[in-house]
Design a protein around this ligand. Sequence first.
Ligand code: IMP
Length: 185
Amino acid sequence: MDLQHVESDLDLDQTLFTEDQIIGRLQEIAREVEADYEGRDLLLVGVLKGAVMVMADLARSFDRHVEMDWMAVSSYGSGTTSSGVVRILKDLDADISGRHVLIVEDIIDTGLTLSWLVTNLRSRGPASVEIATLLRKPDALQMEVDVKYVGFDIPNAFVVGYGLDYAERYRNLRSIGTLAPHVYS
Ligand code: IMP
C-alpha cells in the first residue's frame, strides 16, 4: 500500500523514508555484511512480525547464500510505549550452536527487547551474534548491546510502515512515516 491508500492522510504526519531510500540503504548494509562474513556461513534471524519487510529486502540484496530463521517475541502490546516484558511466542527452528547469527530487526527503541534476545541467543553457544536494524531511536544509544549495522538513526517519534505497525495496521505501507499523535492519544 502507498501513502495515497491510507484513508485519512491526517493519520501520518510526515514521510521519513521512501521505499527507494530504504532499499538503497539495505543494499549498502548487505555489502558491508558480505565483506565482514566472507568465507563464513551466515544465519539471519528475523524478529517477527516487524522485521518481515527488512528481512525480505535485505536477504535478497545479498550476492551470496544466507539462511533465514524467525523468532517471535512479545514486547509491545497495541500501545506505543515499551512494556519491558519479553516473552517467546515462536522460537527458532535452527540449532545455532557454532553458527554465525545476525539478528535482523526493524527498529530499536529502548533496546529492552534486543538485549534480552542477544542474551538468550548467546546462551545457545553460537560462534557469534550481531545485530542489524533498519531504524534506531535515540534511547537505544544508551543500550549496552552493540548494534553492528544501523540503517537510519531517527528522532524519538512513533513510526509506522514497512513492517512497523500501530495496533497491527500500516505494516504493509511501502514507506515509513511518523504517526500523528491524534491516532494514538
Ligand atoms: P524496544 O524493546 O523498546 O527496543 O522495542 C522494540 C520493539 O518495539 C520493536 O521491535 C517494535 O516492534 C516496537 N516498536 C518500537 N518503536 C516503535 C515504533 O516507533 N513504531 C512501531 N513499533 C515500534
